[in-house]
Structures are given as C-alpha cells and as structure tokens.
Ligand binder design. Structure first.
Ligand code: ADP
Ligand code: MG
Length: 237
C-alpha cells in the first residue's frame, strides 16, 4: 500500500491546518457502518475519491473544512456520509427540525444532492428533503412537518420558509455550503448570512467550492472556525 505522502502526491491532495489525519485510501479503512459500506459497494465504487479520502477523517473529527476541488470529484458523498453519522450520533427528534443543513445554489443541484442522500442514506433510515423556489411550498412544508433529518435547500426558499416560521434550525449541528463560489456569484451572500444566524454557533461547518476567490475566503473566515483546508489539484482563484 502507498504511504500517505505518496497517496497525496499521486492524487494532488494538499492540506493546511494542524494535525490533519491521514486520508482513508480504501473503503475498508474508513470504519464506516456496514450499511453505508454496502451502499457504496452496490453503487460499484471501488475506492473513495481523493476529496472523500481526505475529507472523511477530518469531518469525523468534527472539524470545520474548506474543500476546494473541481466538479465531478465526488464532493457530495464527501460531506453526506459524515452527515449521516452526525444524524445517528445526535438522534434528534426530526420533527423539531433537521440535524444536517446543506445549502446549494440551484434547484437542479439541490435535487441531485437529495437523490444521492436518499440513495446512500436509505439503509441507515435517514430522511432527506429538498426546499427550492419555483415550486409550490405546500408539499415542501408537509415533508418538514413529517420530520426530516437532512434538509437540502436553496437560500431563497429556505429564507421564505424561515420567515413563515415553518422550520427551526435550532437542532442543526452540521452545516454544509456546497458550491459556495456559485452561491456568492448568484448574489446569495445576504441570504446565507441570514440563515446562518438561525443555526447554533456550536456546529460543524463544511464549505465546498470549485474556486477560491477573495469573496469565498472572506465568508469562510466569517462562518468557519479554524478550518482544515483541503485542495485537490490546482486551485483557481
Ligand atoms: P462534485 O460534487 O464534486 O461535482 P459529485 O459528488 O456530483 O461531484 O460526484 C460525481 C459523480 O461521481 C457522481 O455520479 C457520483 O455518484 C460519483 N462518485 C462519487 N463517489 C464516487 C466514488 N468513490 N467512486 C466512483 N464514483 C463516485
Ligand atoms: Mg457537487
């Protein structure tokens, strides 16, 4: 088996932060629950992608992460699988609100994340729903009332539902900003900041982005605490 250094070099993984744990170079090395391992096997995956290999052990230490990796690198499961474990660990009453909140820039992307969460979380009995604009609120509100562990939302619709007081984020302890650069490009920064005010300060925050420009650095500095930064490949500014 490869040394950690050789694995990181081969996959162009660079990390910044104190005492960063070694990447999980195989699924067996993750020690993940059997039902989750079965799902990744069923999907035909042979090994974690580099972003998964490096972000899982960091996320499992409950640390904040900024991950910079391009599209198609497997970021979704990079944050979803530690999110599933967080749901299990907290065992909150989902009727009082979600444990995991994922913010995503578009309806299309949010739907894809939800599909991945349903597929890989089903055998762990994790519920997930999606909140996005351009669709009636009724079915989304009914899902929330049934009780949901993981909410994937676009910032605009989530703010509308927060203003209606039909969701509480008081139980959220795992917050993901996916495609942070795109959300900022789309002008969602004020909405994101409003949402984060509703999430307890004692939380884990993970930010995934394809590029690392000044605006993204600034919001990361404001919302994350002492994050480990993980880069895969070259970083675009
Ligand atoms: P990103 O968010 O970085 O753009 P995705 O999370 O959407 O990437 O993943 C891209 C594709 O790779 C998806 O079809 C996903 O199911 C697949 N994938 C995820 N993890 C693995 C893995 N460990 N091995 C093979 N394919 C994977
Ligand atoms: Mg993605």
């Amino acid at each position: 088996s490869l040394s950690v250094e050789a694995y990181c070099r081969q996959h162009e993984i660079t990390v910044t932060g104190g005492e960063v744990p070694a990447p999980f170079t195989s699924f067996e090395a993750t020690g993940l629950p059997r039902e989750i391992l079965r799902e990744v096997q069923n999907a035909g995956f042979s090994a974690p992608t580099p972003i998964q290999a490096q972000s899982w052990p960091i996320a499992l230490q409950s640390r904040d992460i900024v991950a910079i990796a391009k599209t198609g690198s497997g970021k979704t499961l990079g944050y979803l699988i530690p999110g599933f474990l967080q749901v299990k660990r907290c065992s909150n009453n989902p009727q009082l609100g979600p444990t995991v909140l994922i913010l995503s820039p578009t309806r299309e992307l949010a739907t894809q994340i939800q599909e991945e969460a349903v597929k890989f979380g089903k055998s762990s009995k994790i519920s997930c729903t999606c909140l996005y604009g351009g669709a009636p609120k009724g079915p989304q509100l009914r899902d929330l009332d049934r009780g949901i562990d993981i909410v994937v939302a676009t910032p605009g619709r989530l703010n509308d539902i927060l203003e209606m007081k039909r969701i509480s984020l008081r139980q959220v302890s795992y917050l993901v900003l996916d495609e942070a650069d795109r959300m900022l490009d789309m002008g969602f920064e004020p909405q994101i900041r409003k949402i984060v005010k509703e999430v307890p300060a004692r939380r884990q925050t993970l930010m995934y982005t394809a590029t690392w420009p000044m605006e993204v650095r600034k919001i990361a500095a404001d919302l994350l605490v002492n994050p480990v930064q993980v880069n895969i490949g070259n970083v675009d500014e």
